[in-house]
Design a protein around this ligand. Sequence first.
Ligand code: CA2
Length: 144
Amino acid sequence: MSATKVLVLNGPNLGRLGKREPKTYGSTTYADLVDRLVKTGADLGLDVQVRQTDAEAEMISWLHEAADGRLPVVLNPAAWSHYSIAIADAVAQRTADLIEVHISNIHTREEFRHHSVISAYATGVIAGLGIEGYELALRRIAGS
Ligand code: CA2
């Protein structure tokens, strides 16, 4: 049987992981995150594709691709979490599990980060567990 394809989609500024703000986002670089998630996915029998964009239109096209292909998604919408109805509308079209992940605990940070407009349309939400949150999301997808 072929491996289940999963998209791990990352929003704006997450390509800067490991380069700035290690106290908030850890010291793992984006390249290391990609390697780790591809390896974790392979161990779980998943074909994981990790992508990052700073462009909202590109993220929406990836969410459409997932919806049309019935692909599960792990999504860190980054700052879009807090205001993008366009991303929320694209997530609402999902046809498979979509788990929202935040590296930091958005609920202990500035007030404007406490609410995610995406969460109502996600299967579940993981926040504050660092990059392990992505791996837990993949485990959940592998088991479902
Ligand atoms: O905790 C998360 O994963 C966030 O989604 C990250 C977003 C932030 O806007 C959300 O409130 C919470 C920001 C991503 C910025 O990532 C950086 C990583 C390293 C250095 C600078 C920014």
